[in-house]
Write a protein that binds this ligand. Structure first.
Ligand code: ASP
Ligand code: ASP
Length: 362
């Protein structure tokens, strides 16, 4: 057994083993149209990961040091011992598009020995809350060890967690949180500045640039960065930078950039500004908080010219997907300061740590 994993129970689990409380009961199967449903209680030895905002510092550091150990490779010599979810199922419930997050949860589940059920759907409805819970409870009734949930609605993962009896990992809920992205971002910063082990980020200044208002990535990163002692400045046009979220807010990237150790660029989340995609070129959709993409780019894009004014050791991050030529120039994204693909690799280790942490006994 790798030292960073303690199994949920000592009982042996065959393929598709189910926790008794998760199957067979009417509540677990989701008694179709009968309301109200009872609030489910998660097994006492397991936990959800719904966000970094309320996560105690000790848990955050624990998750990061497990990420480090997952990256270094499990210590145990028996190959089976490193697969603590062998014979179990992990469910990806993704109601919104994803490339990196879903596939890295899958890679993480495989690394732990689990098999994966993918349930994908992007449609939404007024009654979506009910639909999400119904879906989750039905998937849970199949005996899954954990559910990784991505949905458009802020709070959806927490809602599902209340209604289900297995660990839920928030894989991004609306504008709210994306805690495993936060973990991989924190880990990548710690790795880049030689802070592994302590995960003390004090003395580092991180800038988060662009559409902060719509960004669950920013909310999780800010919470984690502040917990670990970093200074965070959010930068962008007034409509996209909420006050009070970070150590400081600025509308002037050129002024802030030379002071930063890490710059996290964000995609403009047009899909969260209004229902319609932006028309081609400079104009933006109705309801958007920026006047034009061209104007946004001239003030807030990380161009090669701006990159040249960064501190010598400073790194460039992006959660993906990148809109090349809008918030980030292609040669900057692919240049020597960029740790963007390292973020993607670290995502697998962060999600391995998160899945194991949620499913283990404690
Ligand atoms: N990084 C985003 C995600 O969380 C988008 C993508 O991967 O396509 O999945
Ligand atoms: N992939 C990230 C997310 O899921 C960022 C983005 O989509 O721009 O929030």
């Amino acid at each position: 057994m790798p030292e960073w994993f303690v199994p949920a129970s000592t009982e042996s689990r065959g393929p598709l083993a189910r926790r008794p409380e998760a199957v067979g009961s009417r509540a677990a199967i989701g008694s179709a149209k009968c309301a109200p449903r009872p609030r489910r209680t998660i097994a006492p030895n397991m936990r959800h990961l719904l966000g970094l905002q309320l996560l105690p510092a000790t848990d955050l550091r624990e998750l990061l040091s497990r990420t480090q150990r997952a990256k270094a490779g499990p210590a145990a010599s028996d190959p089976l011992a490193s697969r603590p979810l062998a014979g179990r199922l992990v469910a990806n419930l993704f109601f919104e598009d994803s490339t990196r997050t879903r596939n890295s949860f899958t890679a993480a589940a495989y690394a732990l020995g689990a098999q994966v059920i993918d349930l994908l759907g992007s449609s939404s409805s007024v009654n979506k809350g009910e639909t999400l819970i119904d879906t989750a409870r039905n998937v849970e009734a199949m005996g899954v060890a954990a559910m990784c949930v991505r949905a458009k609605q802020s709070g959806s993962a927490a809602m599902i967690a209340k209604g289900s009896g297995c660990p839920v990992i928030n894989a991004g809920d609306g504008k709210h949180e994306h805690p495993t992205q936060g973990l991989l971002d924190l880990f990548t910063i710690a790795e880049s500045f030689d802070r592994l082990g302590s995960f003390d980020l004090s003395g580092l200044r991180v800038g988060i640039v662009g559409d902060v208002a719509s960004s669950r990535v920013a909310r999780s990163a800010i919470a984690g960065l502040l917990t670990l002692g970093a200074t965070v400045t959010v930068v962008g046009p007034p409509g996209l930078v909420p006050g009070g979220l970070a150590s400081a807010a600025s509308h002037d990237l050129d002024e802030v950039l030379p002071t930063l150790d890490a710059v996290m660029m964000l995609r403009i989340q047009f899909e969260r500004h209004s229902d319609a995609p932006p028309p081609q070129g400079a104009a933006v959709s109705r309801g958007s908080s920026i006047a034009s993409v061209r104007e946004f780019r001239s003030f807030y894009a990380l161009t090669a010219e701006r990159e040249a004014r960064m501190k010598p050791h400073a790194i460039i991050m992006h959660p993906g997907p990148i809109n090349r030529g809008i918030e980030l120039d292609a040669d900057v994204a692919d240049g020597p300061r960029s740790v963007i693909l390292r973020q993607v690799s670290n995502g697998v280790f962060a999600r391995t740590a998160a899945l194991a942490w949620c499913c283990e006994a404690h």
